[in-house]
Design a protein around this ligand. Structure first.
Ligand code: FDA
Length: 297
């Protein structure tokens, strides 16, 4: 009971906690402020047989020049991955590329990045943000998948009521999806709120994706979901190169070894950059226990 009250209070006040305090927790979830930090983290992960997806932190960009800055930085990430022979790809956020201000600009920015990924034989994952952007993100994904098959994927969120239908609509071509629960605040009308229903929908969507021969990034630290995913992988007799597990930096470290020991592939999301505040706040809201542990409570 007390624990629930504590978690509820933290989740609802974290937006007002000063940046200096949040910074203390950023070390856990963020590789650092520069690309060389993300490279260092990736080299370390690769040495343990783990792949990474590098993310330049930044979202909700309302300035066109800033979207160009992020576009160039993403291209630099792809070029650095090639130069350093890293086992890594790139994740990016549509609002970082301008989706909140100019859809055409956003599409052109992402297209240039995916084009460069193709030239470098790499891959770009378009993260999924909150529901006002879902349809546009899927539209962009469909167009890019036509032009650059095999070099682009996106994300679906099991908490959204629409996700099962989205899988049907997207399954007419090769599909590359990261499946996660979903992290943004959404209304009851749009999203399931009950954690058990979200989990059931996750498994239902995962099976539907496997049935439709999608390549899935199974993105979760939930042991129950990982257990069910492994059962489905066996049921569909999938080979290790036909899916991957994915986790966030700083979370579920014990589970990593378990997944690797079972010979599954694992990719860690490695964010870096100066704009870490929103990302770390989201992570802390998600798990207020981290704060409790740090305070020795
Ligand atoms: P759940 O939240 O139930 O957590 C399971 C367990 O993991 C917890 O009991 C705890 O032990 C641990 N844990 C979870 N969060 C933690 C935290 N912050 N700190 C410490 N421990 C924690 N979402 C989205 O909307 N769009 C996106 O594009 C992405 N992208 C993405 C990429 C990758 C690689 C991952 C793994 C996740 C995302 N997400 C995301 C986030 C996702 O939607 C979800 O919010 C988190 O993964 C947490 O959900 P779990 O499935 O891990 O379950």
């Amino acid at each position: 009971m007390l624990n629930n009250i504590f978690n509820f209070t933290i989740s609802n006040t974290i937006d007002y906690v000063p940046e200096q305090i949040i910074d203390f927790f950023s070390k856990k979830y963020v590789a650092g402020t520069s690309l060389s930090d993300a490279v260092k983290t990736t080299v370390d992960l690769n040495s343990k047989g783990i792949m990474s997806t590098i993310d330049v932190l930044g979202e909700s960009v309302y300035n066109e020049d800033q979207t160009i800055f992020f576009r160039n930085e993403c291209i630099k990430v792809l070029e650095t991955i090639k130069k350093e022979s890293l086992n890594a790809n790139l994740s990016l956020k549509p609002t970082q590329m301008g989706l909140a201000i100019n859809k055409a600009l956003c599409y052109e920015n992402i297209r240039k990045i995916v084009k460069r990924a193709k030239e470098l034989d790499n891959f770009v994952r378009i993260d999924m943000e909150n529901s006002p952007y879902t349809s546009d993100t899927l539209k962009m994904y469909k167009l890019l998948r036509e032009e650059f098959p095999g070099h682009v994927g996106t994300v679906l969120q099991a908490y959204l009521r629409r996700t099962v239908d989205d899988i049907d609509k997207l399954s007419d071509k090769d599909l590359n999806i990261r499946l996660c629960k979903g992290i943004y605040m959404e209304s009851y009308k749009i999203a399931y709120k009950n954690p058990e229903i979200i989990n059931e929908n996750y498994i239902y969507c995962l099976e539907k994706l496997f049935e439709n021969k999608a390549y899935v990034g199974i993105a979760t630290h939930d042991e129950k979901l990982i257990f069910h995913a492994m059962k489905l992988i066996r049921k569909y007799n999938l080979q290790p190169n036909e899916y991957e597990f994915q986790m966030l930096l700083g979370i579920g470290e014990k589970l990593r070894d378990f997944i690797l020991a079972k010979k599954h592939r694992l990719r860690i999301y490695v964010p870096y950059g100066k704009e870490w505040l929103s990302y770390v706040r989201r992570r802390l809201k998600e798990n207020p226990n981290i704060i409790k542990t740090a305070l020795g409570l």
